[in-house]
Design a protein around this ligand. Structure first.
Ligand SMILES: NC(=O)c1ccc[n+]([C@@H]2O[C@H](COP(=O)([O-])OP(=O)(O)OC[C@H]3O[C@@H](n4cnc5c(N)ncnc54)[C@H](OP(=O)(O)O)[C@@H]3O)[C@@H](O)[C@H]2O)c1
Length: 185
């Protein structure tokens, strides 16, 4: 049994985008129900992992341990601007070494993007929580995973050994739901 559980979180438009053409997550992709779900998950996580532009910017953010993926350092370094953050370059060090630096040897890791960071963990997720906003389209936007839009986000998760569980509705009026994609054992 691995000591670290790895979960992923994203909300995507009907066309599989996590941000618009300007690489910004637009307000039309933000829903209170999804925000509540995401916030609760991050509050339970032992460490969160993201690229430089995917800081979640929530009231509880300063309390969270985080690993920031960056090419600005060779391997692993403390973040001088945030005592709870570790900088990690995957080209120079293993993920476990970054967790070790962050003081996390067991528990839950939440991967929150962007696309390349999601892609790095595709074969390691225990569960990927895919939120979908079926009435939002972001033409020319930023695909949620490497390989989208040629393949759907669902096809990519399935190709990496994950299977869809039962969806939960997060916003009835907007039809927003979240589906857990769990690793088949
Ligand atoms: N809809 C959602 O649920 C959701 C989820 C996540 C993000 N978003 C949005 O999507 C956009 C994502 O921005 P983004 O595409 O710029 O992604 P990002 O992953 O947040 O940031 C990219 C940066 O991460 C670092 N990075 C990425 N891959 C790396 C690698 N293989 N090795 C080392 N460093 C790496 C680099 O940092 P350095 O430049 O420091 O080297 C790169 O410039 C934002 O607008 C964000 O708000 C939406």
């Amino acid at each position: 049994m691995p000591a670290l559980r790895i979960d992923g979180y994203v909300i995507v438009s009907a066309d599989g985008m996590l941000a618009n053409a300007a690489h910004v997550m637009p307000d039309e992709l933000k829903f209170e129900g999804d925000k509540r779900f995401f916030t609760a998950a991050l509050d339970r996580a032992d460490v969160i992992v993201h690229g430089r532009h995917s800081y979640e910017d929530q009231p509880n953010s300063p309390r969270r341990k985080r690993i920031i993926v960056t090419r600005s350092i060779a391997a692993i370094a403390p973040d001088r601007s945030n005592p709870k953050a570790t900088l990690w370059n995957p080209a120079g060090a293993a993920f476990e070494a970054a967790c070790d630096h962050a003081g996390v040897r067991s528990g839950t890791v939440a991967i929150i993007g962007g696309p390349d960071v999601f892609g790095m963990f595709m074969d390691r997720y225990d569960t990927f929580w895919l939120s979908q906003a079926p009435r939002v389209r972001l033409p020319g936007g930023e695909p949620c995973f490497p390989g989208v839009p040629e393949r759907s986000p669902q096809a990519i998760l399935a190709a990496h050994g994950l299977k869809a569980g039962e969806a939960q509705i997060l916003d009835t009026a907007a039809g927003v739901s979240v589906t857990p994609w769990r690793r088949a054992v």
